[in-house]
Every structure is written in C-alpha cells, then in structure tokens.
Design a protein around this ligand. Structure first.
Ligand code: NAD
Length: 259
C-alpha cells in the first residue's frame, strides 16, 4: 500500500530502524536508510530492500549530530526519490551514568542524536509534505518518554522532548493531511539494549542475568522483550489512511510497563 511513497528512516542500519525499513520496503515504498556500520553490510541491506520493494533504496551517511548533513539527506530524498512522504526519526544512543558523574559530552550527544536530529528532519521535510497534502511523521520515543529510570538523565530528557515536539508538529500540520506521532516501546532486544548491560552491571553491581531479569524485564509486566518487527508493524499502521485521525499521540508498545 506504499507504492510510489518515499520514506526516510534515521538510524536504520541496525535494530528497530532496520525493521522499519524492511517493513516499509515490503509495502513497496522507496526507502532512504541511514546510520553507521560496516559499508559492505549496509550495501547488502540496501540491495535487499530494493529487491523486496521493487522500488529504490538509498543509503545516506548523514551524521545525526550534524544539521547540515541532515538537511542534505532530506533534500536528497526529494531530488532523487520525490519524497519524503514518510519520515521516521529513530536514530538513538544511550548513556548510563549517575547525574553527578554524567559526562557533559555524552549529555550533548544524546540530546543531539535522540532529540535535536528529529527537529532537523521534521523542519526540512514538512514543506515537501505540505505541498503534497500528505505526510507521516513518526518518531521512536520510548517508555522513557513517559516515565523515568535512574542513571539515564539525558535519554529520559530527550525522549520526553520527542513527545513534546511530536504534539507541537501535529498541531501545526493538522490541516495538511500530515500526522505526527511517537511510538514508545518498552525494552526491545537490539544492540542498543545489549550494549548497556555492562554499564548497568557495574553501576548497580549486578550480574548479566540480574540486569536482564531484575532491571530490564523488571519493568515489563509481560516479562517478554518487545520485538523490532512488532514496532515496525505498528509504524506501518500509522502510515495507512485508516490512521489519518491518529495525530499528536504518544503510543505505547511496552508490555504494560507504563500501565
Ligand atoms: P541500535 O543501536 O540497534 O540502532 C541505533 C541506530 O542509530 C543505528 O543504525 C546507529 O548506526 C544509528 N546511529 C547512532 N548514532 C547515529 C548518528 N550520530 N547518526 C546517524 N545514525 C546514528 O538501537 P535500537 O534499539 O534499534 O534503537 C532505535 C531507537 O529506538 C532509538 O531511538 C532508541 O532510543 C529507541 N528505543 C529502543 C528501545 C530498545 O529497547 N531497544 C526501547 C525504546 C526506544
């Protein structure tokens, strides 16, 4: 149902972002993928997306801490693919530290990548969407856009910021056939979650198993990780015409965490 549409997914070389890209391509969309990683592995994913969609797939290396590179990526999606019709703000990093020890450069990087990059993508994409009177803006927030956990000051602040940005953009675009929503997953088993296990082990003095069961899944009543494919299916629904009246929402997919 997305034939003829173009989507940009930031941070889509891995995890949830890659699942979004695959789901969009499976519906026939052209996709711009973005993020870091091994060049050969990225090229393989890009080619696989094209094979799936029968449409175009481009890789853009824009660094989400660099506003000019972000704007250039959106312009490229316009010039080369006639989009963007759909943008998914998904690039994200985590840093786990007590507030009094929180490295200032880590705070700046988390806010830049997890929050400010979404502002730059949306700012550049909205004029193209307004012109077409159709658009879908989706941002991967987190359960941490609604509740907090200790030692994640920058991440929790950035994700709460995504919720506010989403509401504002939804109001500004409401009469243009554009929706803006946040999806807030609980714990999804991806490299981002795996990478924070060692730090949580040392800041809290726990074993790997204790971190998984007593810290990560402690918050999640279903005691199961969300899958990246479940998050992607949720985003696809938001791209449907049936979802035209869902806007300004921060939608949980968190196994009951924030209930
Ligand atoms: P991941 O580490 O697997 O993927 C992150 C992606 O962002 C990668 O493609 C990486 O290359 C990219 N990226 C990082 N820094 C970048 C930069 N400066 N410029 C461009 N790309 C950059 O992580 P994930 O778990 O798939 O997370 C994706 C999103 O989902 C993030 O916003 C994260 O906060 C959010 N999220 C994850 C979970 C979870 O449990 N995994 C839960 C809720 C929300």
């Amino acid at each position: 149902f997305l034939k003829g549409k173009t989507a940009i997914v930031t941070g889509s070389t891995s995890g949830i972002g890659l699942a979004y890209a695959k789901a969009l391509a499976a519906e026939g969309a052209s996709v711009v993928i973005n993020g870091f990683g091994d060049a050969d592995a990225i090229e393989k994913e890009r080619a696989a997306l094209e094979a799936t969609s029968g449409a175009k797939a481009l890789y853009d290396a824009a660094d989400m801490t660099k506003p000019d590179q972000i704007a250039a990526m959106v312009q490229r999606a316009h010039d080369e693919l006639g989009g963007p019709d759909i943008v998914i703000n998904n690039a994200g990093i985590q840093h786990v530290s007590k507030i009094e020890d929180f490295p200032i450069d880590k705070w700046d990087a988390v806010i830049a990548i997890n929050l400010t990059s979404a502002f730059h993508v949306i700012r550049a994409a909205v004029p193209f969407m307004k012109e077409k009177k159709w658009g879908r803006i989706i941002s991967t927030a987190s359960a941490h856009s609604k509740v907090a956990s200790p030692n994640k000051a920058a991440y929790v602040a950035a994700k709460h910021g995504i919720a506010g940005l989403t509401k504002t953009v939804a109001l500004e675009t409401a009469t243009y056939g554009i929706t803006a929503n946040a999806i807030s997953p609980g714990y999804v088993w991806t490299p981002l979650v795996e990478a924070q296990i060692p730090d949580t082990m040392s800041t809290r003095g726990l074993t790997r198993e204790q971190v998984i069961n007593d810290v990560l899944l402690e918050a999640q009543p279903t005691k199961e990780f969300v899958t990246a494919e479940q998050v992607a299916a949720f985003a696809l629904f938001l791209c449907r015409d049936e979802a035209a009246q869902i806007t300004g929402a921060n939608l949980s997919i968190d196994g009951g965490w924030t209930a």
